[in-house]
Design a protein around this ligand. Sequence first.
Ligand code: ASP
Length: 318
Amino acid sequence: MKQTARPARINLAVHGGAGTIERSKMTLEREQEYRGGIARALRAGREILDRGGSSLDAVEAAVRVMEDDPDFNAGKGSVFTSAGTNEMDAAIMDGKTLSAGTVACLEHVRNPIVLARTVMEKSKHVMMIGPGAEEFAKRNGIELVDTKYFFTERRWDELQKSKAAEKSAAEGGKKFIISEAESHGTVGAVARDAQGNLAAATSTGGTTNKLPGRVGDSPIVGAGTYANNATCAVSCTGDGEFFIRAVVAHQVSALMELRGMSLAEAAEHALADAQKLGGKGGLIAVDKDGNVTLPFNTSGMYRGYLGEDGKFVIEIYK
Ligand code: ASP
């Protein structure tokens, strides 16, 4: 499934995660909530691009809005680990300089994407994790919160369901059905600004019931997040273990650069590579000419972009 908009001077796309997201299982009210969340993220990014701001600022702002929204699995709405804790990962990349900042296993940072940007701009490193990253956050005046901030009833219930399913499967009993949408999700944004610079940002709570210390594709440069002005900017969502092994985000860029593929073709190919290994999901990408593509191989992906007429296009299902 793909959608492609015509080249535009500025462009922006966001996602709120892919998975088993079906119209028949969604109430109208929930659907409106998700649509509203995607629209708020697009608005935040667009405002910056409209006044000539950078793609980096736009993707950070869009992701930040979704991190504060409990409906999405990032920041406030992060899923729980098997130990009942929340561990968040995020990454941001600048297509102009190929600079990147990424963070993982954060437990107290309200907006992981802000810390990722700070790692990129104020440290000599690319990736920082755990307590060291949080100490760095504190020294740079980034907001830290009590772990209670990340508690949501919905995510807690998902963890209990996942544990029950695990137990039942181990005992060879009846399998509970847990929708993939309940077990993961991620948020991301990609943008092209008026100067032609590309940027990508991704933030996630990871996967429900993951082992503490597990890191997914989102904060890995080239796997879940990548940006390069020569080709495209990409943010992925899906089964992280497979997206890492298929190096999905960089693969989109490499297929464009080395095989001369269009953005849409390259994105389909890279997703198929992850699927061959057994991983499903989706991605959003914008290329150097402002084309956008939003393919996924699950039943749905919360997503939106700036349409040709400048209006937001927001979609959930296939
Ligand atoms: N890719 C994320 C991870 O593996 C999860 C997701 O996007 O659904 O951490």
